[in-house]
Design a protein around this ligand. Structure first.
Ligand SMILES: [Zn+2]
Length: 129
């Protein structure tokens, strides 16, 4: 029955969903620790096949949500100076008031046109009936 044993052993080598293969891959991972300026740290693991430049320099602290970097002595301090910005604040940063007004006017005009067209269509349908 030694051939049977070999057959079974052979099927287990590199067999994906059998559990053991997963443990084997763990050795081929790189673990990066990120530190935030509030003293938290967390680790992320990446497949060893991932290029070094694909590993992000910074992550976000899962405890407090601020950016976390790989240098414990020098965590990103962005959050200390800059409070959270709302989405609107970012939008305002990218667009001037004037541009925003133009966009708004265009949007309103488009809606108005649609409504007028719909009303006209409805009137025409009513006239034809
Ligand atoms: Zn934190």
């Amino acid at each position: 029955m030694s051939t049977g044993g070999n057959a079974i052993r052979g099927s287990r080598i590199g067999a994906g969903p059998m559990g053991e293969a997963d443990r084997g891959y763990k050795a081929e991972r790189v673990t990066i620790t990120y530190y935030c300026s509030n003293g938290h740290d967390h680790t992320l693991s990446y497949a060893a096949s991932v290029e070094a430049e694909e590993i992000p320099e910074e992550s976000f602290c899962p405890s407090c949500g601020i950016p976390a970097g790989q240098d414990k002595a020098n965590p990103p301090v962005l959050a200390k100076h800059e409070p959270y910005k709302t989405h609107l604040a970012y939008v305002k940063e990218r667009r001037t008031e004037e541009e925003a007004q133009t966009l708004l006017d265009e949007a309103v005009a488009a809606v108005r046109e649609k409504r007028i067209a719909a009303a006209a269509a409805a009137a025409a349908a009513a006239a034809n009936a």
